[in-house]
Design a protein. Structure first.
Length: 506
């Protein structure tokens, strides 16, 4: 047998090995002896790049492609194994010369590549940081949502331990609202709150709203008929809880044997502050009116309602205002007693018309006076026995139902609010600011309402973004709006409406 060394020597003298050396030598000689100047046709392919320089967009594509596919370690070429044969050295040198020529075409634009990287890296870093901040904000919001807020803890005091029963106020102490400061805000769609009525009171709002629907002689509360349930009625959500609250605020004990005048309201920090119950009639106004007046009887008999006795306004812990399809003709039918007031149309009050003026001290009687005993004890007295029934009014919405050319003018004797849709009356703000014309219109409407002793309320304000909403709140309060119609109770009652970074995306 042949040893490995003898086998290698035998293979080295094989004919195909000799042919391979001959071919590589001839190829190496051919490449090394090639003269571009002597053979212009053969050098045409190598000079084509110099004769036709690439266009600008081709350079851009080449630059981007070089950033993506070009090797970052240029020392990879030096890592190739060295060949011992001299025949491969000349071929390697020739191929490396072509490679160097090719690489030089890619490396001829180092500055644009560096500039592009300098631009892309800061932009990518900024976008990444913005995404991280947004993720942290969303994550914190989700985490906070799992924990109860101070409002949730406070309202738990007023709920019974049984989840199947209505709210039980037997646990409400007399000083339950001792640390609550009343704020001039109106809880829009209050029945959507975690605890209707009490969520608004705990936040400090002095007004709540209930949309009522008449079905089978009962008033149900809800935004639409699909949201109505048998247990959510005007009596269960508002009238009965208010009775229990006011009885706790005006107790009869051995230390307090008789009721004092004026009666205490729901806020211990301001007992004289009235709570406005805005009843938005959604069904036929003529049919619903009698049922609304009937369900207010317990509050009326105990002297808890603000009323007009024909000459003066007698303030009470609760002020009832009718809106929606509430007929103005029935509000003004009785000229000697009224305890349901109208929500007048703010945009229809003429600024230069005859002004009734706000009630002065002589026109606002103290409830301690005998005038408080003049309130009717029967429901039919509230309608007026000698009043002529007006013709049926159309259900045309807030401030217009039951209004005829012969109707009384809107003033403090028959109305409490003067309201209008902000979007329809003032219009949407442009560039997150109100124009001079819009501000002038707001001022004119406020003057017209205040001349008649009415309180101004705008509804339908933009709720997003928060920075715009807060700006509009600040402008309206500065111009003299009496009450803000709000959905976000905590933001409104905090009254800190300065711009915040979170308002940009919240």
């Amino acid at each position: 047998m042949l040893t490995p060394t003898e086998r290698y020597q035998q293979m080295d003298h094989h004919p195909w090995v000799n042919d391979f050396h001959t071919d590589t030598k001839s190829s190496s000689i051919a490449i090394s002896e090639f003269d571009p100047e002597a053979d212009p046709p053969r050098s045409q392919g190598f000079r084509r790049k110099d004769q036709h320089p690439p266009s600008l967009w081709m350079r851009g594509l080449g630059l981007i492609a070089g950033l993506i596919v070009a090797p970052r370690d240029k020392r990879a070429e030096a890592a190739r194994p060295l060949l011992g044969s001299s025949s491969f050295s000349s071929s390697s040198a020739s191929s490396s010369s072509v490679t160097l020529y090719h690489n030089s075409s890619v490396r001829q634009f180092p500055k644009p590549r560096l500039l592009l990287r300098c631009l892309l890296y800061p932009i990518a870093g900024f976008l990444i940081m913005l995404g991280i901040v947004q993720f942290i904000s969303i994550a914190c919001g989700i985490i906070i949502a799992f924990f109860p807020s101070e409002l949730d803890r406070a309202t738990e005091r007023w709920q019974s331990h049984s989840t199947t029963q209505a709210i039980d106020l037997s646990h409400w102490p007399t000083d339950a609202s001792r640390d609550i400061i009343p704020v001039a805000c109106h809880s829009h769609n209050d029945y959507w709150r975690p605890v209707p009525l009490f969520s608004a009171v705990q936040a400090g709002c002095i007004g709540v709203e209930a949309d009522v629907w008449l079905f089978d002689e009962e008033l149900y509360v809800g935004h639409t008929t699909s949201a109505l349930t048998p247990k959510r009625t005007l009596r269960s959500l508002y009238i009965d809880p208010l009775l229990r609250v006011l009885e706790q605020q005006n107790p009869l004990t051995e230390f307090h044997p008789q009721l004092q005048r004026p009666l205490q309201g729901v806020f211990d920090t301001d007992p004289a502050q009235t709570l406005v119950l805005l009843i938005d009639i959604k069904t036929d106004g003529q049919d619903t009116w009698d049922q609304v007046a009937a369900q207010l009887t317990p509050l009326r008999e105990r002297g808890y309602l603000t009323y007009f006795n024909g000459t003066a306004l007698i303030p009470g812990p609760i002020t009832v205002v009718g809106t929606g399809n509430t007929p103005f003709s029935l509000v003004t039918a009785n000229t000697t007693y009224r305890d349901i007031f109208f929500d007048a149309p703010l945009n229809l009050l003429p600024e230069g018309g005859a002004a009734e003026g706000a009630p002065d001290a002589a026109q606002v009687s103290s409830p301690s006076e005998p005038a408080h005993d003049q309130r009717p004890q029967a429901l039919n007295t509230a309608r007026g026995d000698d009043a002529t029934a007006p013709p049926p009014a159309e259900n045309v919405g807030q401030g217009l139902s039951g209004v005829t050319p012969q109707s009384e003018s809107f003033d403090w004797t028959n109305s409490y609010y003067a309201s209008v849709s902000f979007k329809k009356s003032i219009g949407a703000p442009r560039a997150f600011r109100l124009s001079d014309q819009q501000v002038d219109r707001i001022r004119a409407q406020i003057r017209a309402a205040h001349r008649r002793g009415l309180r101004v309320r705008y509804w339908g304000l933009p709720s997003w973004p928060r920075s715009l909403r807060n700006h509009l709140w600040a402008v309206l309060v500065q111009e003299g709006v009496d009450i803000l119609n709000v959905d976000d109770l905590q933001s409104a009652t905090r009254q800190d409406w300065r711009p915040k970074l979170s308002d940009l995306w919240s």
